[in-house]
Every structure is written in C-alpha cells, then in structure tokens.
Ligand binder design. Structure first.
Ligand code: F6R
Ligand code: MG
Ligand code: MG
Length: 366
C-alpha cells in the first residue's frame, strides 16, 4: 500500500465539569463531522477520544503531514464542538481556539498536533498517547526510555534491528530552534537539554539506520503562543512498534514509573504522571494528578483497528498506586516549590500585584 499519514489533532474546547472531563455530546458531534469527511473520501478513517477535558481527533489519510484540508477539517470539528459546548454552557467553551478564522495550518492557532507519514509494514502496530494536565516536555523522559535506555528497552541491546540506535529531534520551545541528536553516541549531550523539559521537548524520533520515523509528539505551547495563560498544552504522541521498533511492552514500560511533570492545578504545579485506562482519564483531585492514556491500534489498509486500552491492565496498578502516593506527598508541600513551579514558570501569578502593593516595604540592604 502507498503511504499513510496519521494525524492526531487535539484541543480543549470545553470541560465537563470544570476542567475535569468531556461531555459525551462533544464526542458525538466530532464523530458526526469526521464521519461525513470519511464518507466524502477526505479521511481513510478516524477515532474521536478524550483525555480529561481534551478532545482528541485521531485521523488517517493519504494527504501527508501539515495538510491544509486535514487541518481545516480538524479546526471545523473543534468549532462545531465548541458550539455544542456553548449550548451546554460547558466550562471554557472554545478555550484552545486562539483565532476566529482558520488560516491554513492549525499549528500556532491553539490545537496540539502530532503527525507522521510512513509506508505501512505488513503489520503496523502503533500507540497513541494522550495526556491531560501537563505539557509537551512530559514526553521527554518516556521518549528517552523507549528509544535510548537499555534498562527499559531490551531490544537496544539484543535485537540487531534496534542495536544501531535512534535519532532524536529536539525543539527549543523558547527560541523555536530544532537540533538533532544521534544516540547512543550523543546521549550525554542530549540529556543536558531534554533533562529540562520546560524549555526543550522531543519533537520526533527516527531509526538511525534508515531514518524511518519512529515517534512524534505535539510540541505546541499555548503559553508561548498567546504570551499569557489561556489553557494547557496537554500533549499527544504517536509511537510505532515492533519489528525494528521497540516492542509494545517496551513502549508501555516507559510509563511504569510515574515521573514528575509540570501542569497540575492551574498549570502551575508539579505532580506524577499517572498511566490510566480510558475510564479513569478524568483528573479530579486538585484537578489531577496529571493523566496519560495509551490507545493501541493496528493499521489495516489505512483503517484504524482499535483502540485497545493499553494501560487498562493490572500490571500498571503499582504505577497508579505509586502515583497516588507521590501525589499525596507533593500535595503536603502545598504552596512551596518544588510542588509549586518556580515564580517565572507559573501559568497563574499574583506576583506583579503583590510586588506593587509591597514596593514601599522592601528596604535595600546595600
Ligand atoms: C490545569 C487546569 C486547571 C485550571 C483550574 C483553574 O491545567 O486546567 O487546573 O487551571 O481549574 O481554572 P480557571 O482559571 O478556569 O478557573
Ligand atoms: Mg480545560
Ligand atoms: Mg486539558
């Protein structure tokens, strides 16, 4: 078969209740719109899902990445869902749609986008990860684990098809510059950057021996786009698996340890990323803790066979238990760092007002 593109485009266009979850009518509305597009031949297939308050459009087609028609379709679908959200007076209706009119590409307009194009193998297993109450850098550690860490991915050591390693494309979110690292030889250099996920985020991973795309992430940061807090850039990621890529179990293993990520409560707190089944993708305690779901698919002639709910498995119970334990530990620190983000990284701040009010009370000590 010829090349297939998988586009995962997401936006928060209204929460139910508050920022916690998704009203079923938004999913219905998005399904209606994408069904029409599939019938008209614009898409090969699609699934509509949600993680917390984020509406996730998973689409396959033959139009390549950054295709105007596909992006317009996603945009129109979000606009349609926003109407439903407004009618129901859901919370923050249309919050991630930063512009009134579509201008050719949803990037920079609010929605998050992860897309990859490839020639499907005889059998093509992929996993789409979707997270809520966090930000794109949250994928740095799992990406590293999957594609560079031999303690996670046994194949890097013992499978000749993976042994050469992978290349990582990293984005400097502040300066909007990208840099490529080849692993394992550039590992230590790369960690200098990806160890700082609020500034640097993994955009894509390629297999070194043939440049085949292996993984891709949404790296849009709403904060940088809008210049002020207008919602979280809860990220998505697509990963290819098996036969020359990490096995499904190696990919999922990267989430068995609930690492700390940014984005909990008011986008201003750090908490553990909890891997959950679809049923539990509704951050509730202190608007969290941050969640990640994993939707597994087999691609069959461009059609999506799935999703299979990959974290709905008892082997992730311990990760969830640990995440709850860490969440409790972090909550006890309350308004102190490192639960609360450093002053200049918080999405909400009262600092300027408080500073102004107290200006006269600061005495210079030299
Ligand atoms: C975090 C998040 C929520 C909101 C919080 C306050 O990413 O979305 O924690 O920041 O519920 O929301 P507002 O300011 O809309 O009342
Ligand atoms: Mg929201
Ligand atoms: Mg969200």
């Amino acid at each position: 078969m010829s090349k297939v593109t998988i586009s995962v485009i997401k936006a928060d266009v209204g929460g139910y209740v508050g920022h916690s979850s998704m009203h079923p009518e938004l999913i219905q509305k998005a399904e209606e719109q994408l069904s029409k597009a599939r019938d008209q031949g614009k898409l090969l297939d699609f699934r509509v899902m949600h993680c917390g308050d984020d509406l996730e459009l998973i689409m396959t087609h033959e139009r390549g990445v950054e295709n105007k028609d596909v992006h317009k379709l996603a945009w129109d679908t979000f606009v349609g869902a926003t109407e439903v959200a407004k009618n129901l007076k859901l919370y923050g209706a249309g919050q991630d749609l930063l512009s009134d009119a579509f201008s050719g590409n949803v990037k920079g307009m609010g929605p998050g986008v992860a897309e990859m194009e490839f020639t499907p193998r005889k059998s093509e297993p992929i996993v789409v990860f979707m997270a809520d109450k966090t930000s794109p850098g949250a994928w740095n550690l799992p990406f590293y684990r999957m594609f560079a860490d031999p303690f996670n991915t046994a194949g890097l050591v013992i499978d000749p098809a993976l042994h050469e390693g992978f290349k990582f494309r990293i984005l400097d979110l502040k300066e909007n510059k990208a840099v490529m690292f080849r692993c394992p030889e550039d590992l230590y250099d790369m960690l200098v950057f990806i160890g700082s996920p609020s500034r640097y985020a993994v955009m894509a991973v390629y297999r070194k021996k043939d440049d085949e795309i292996a993984g891709v992430a949404s790296v849009q940061r709403l904060g940088y786009l809008a210049g002020r807090y207008i919602g979280k850039d809860d990220p998505v990621m697509i990963v290819r698996s098996q036969s020359g890529f990490p096995a499904i179990g190696e990919i999922l293993e990267a989430f068995a340890f609930p690492h700390l990520v940014e984005g909990w409560m008011r986008g201003s707190h750090i908490g553990p990323l909890m891997p959950v089944g679809f049923q539990d993708a509704h951050p509730t305690r202190f608007d969290g803790p941050p969640r990640v779901i994993a939707a597994g698919f087999q691609i069959n002639d461009g059609k999506l066979v799935g999703p299979r709910d990959m974290f709905a498995d008892v082997s992730f119970d311990e990760a969830r238990r640990q995440a709850n334990f860490i969440a409790e530990y972090m909550r006890r620190i309350g308004p102190f760092e490192p639960h609360r983000l450093p002053l200049d990284e918080m999405e909400y701040t009262t600092l300027p007002q408080v500073m102004e009010k107290l200006a006269g009370r600061f005495e210079s000590l030299g």
